[in-house]
Write a protein that binds this ligand. Structure first.
Ligand code: SAH
Length: 217
């Protein structure tokens, strides 16, 4: 797959839309989304639509998130280059690529083997490899690599995973959609200490579910 002037032009238009209509103003997020070719992560039949603000099916019945969702979640991270980030739900790897492009030290986990394999290969071919990429259950997080500056969850959970809260540094933030299968609310929790968190709410979304059974697929 190539990244030609048409793709690049469409990315510029997408970034302008994110800035003007969705009030994304973190320049590092906008720069990364202008650079990373989203169409590389998608089936070639969807290539012409890759820069529309739409979610598309990927393998294993999952989806690549809307570009606006990736922009909003990443902006909420208030990421600084060099920060250590845990991502739950690698999926096709697009959100991972945006974080790596922004200079984050990324640790990412996916529970679907086909997506774990696909994203690993894809990110390697694009020279946007995260620091660590795991096949496993996001509810457990990565205790051996904790603590993290920030955690981003790209699937909708019905409860706040306590293991993840323990793996955050004090002052760290977790961005997570919480709700039922039909609809979730996007939350940001900032860890003050082991017992206290500041909670902020950012509207309704629909993510694929964060699956809690331990039988990996
Ligand atoms: N980050 C992706 C979004 C992928 S959709 C993007 O850039 O578009 C969310 C992903 O979370 C799916 O691939 C799904 O398989 C994964 N997921 C769901 N439950 C999980 C769990 N318990 N642990 C790890 N990944 C999980």
């Amino acid at each position: 797959m190539k990244d030609n002037y048409i793709h690049k032009g469409k990315r510029k238009i997408l970034v302008r839309y994110l800035r003007d209509n969705l009030l994304i103003n973190d320049e590092a997020v906008l720069d990364a989304m202008e650079i990373v070719p989203r169409h590389f992560f998608m089936e070639s039949i969807f290539e012409d639509f890759a820069y529309e603000d739409r979610a598309f099916p990927i393998a294993a019945g999952q989806t690549i998130s809307h570009p606006s969702t990736v922009a909003e979640q990443t902006q909420l991270l208030e990421l600084k280059s060099g920060e250590k980030i845990l991502e739950i739900g690698t999926g096709c790897g697009y959100q991972t690529a945006v974080l790596v492009q922004m200079g984050a030290i990324v640790y990412t986990i996916e529970r679907q083997k086909s997506l774990y394999d696909f994203s690993k290969e894809k990110l390697k071919s694009m020279d946007l490899l995260p620091f660590y990429q795991g096949f496993g259950d996001g509810f457990a997080g990565l205790p051996h690599f904790a603590p993290f500056d920030k955690i981003i969850v790209t699937c909708g959970a019905d409860t706040l995973p306590t293991a993840l809260l323990h793996q955050l540094k004090n002052g760290g933030k977790i961005i997570i959609p919480l709700g039922d299968k039909e609809e979730q609310t996007l939350f940001r929790f900032t860890k003050i200490n082991e017992k206290e968190f500041e909670k902020e709410e950012f509207g309704a979304y629909k993510f694929v579910p964060m699956l809690s059974n331990t039988n990996l697929e």
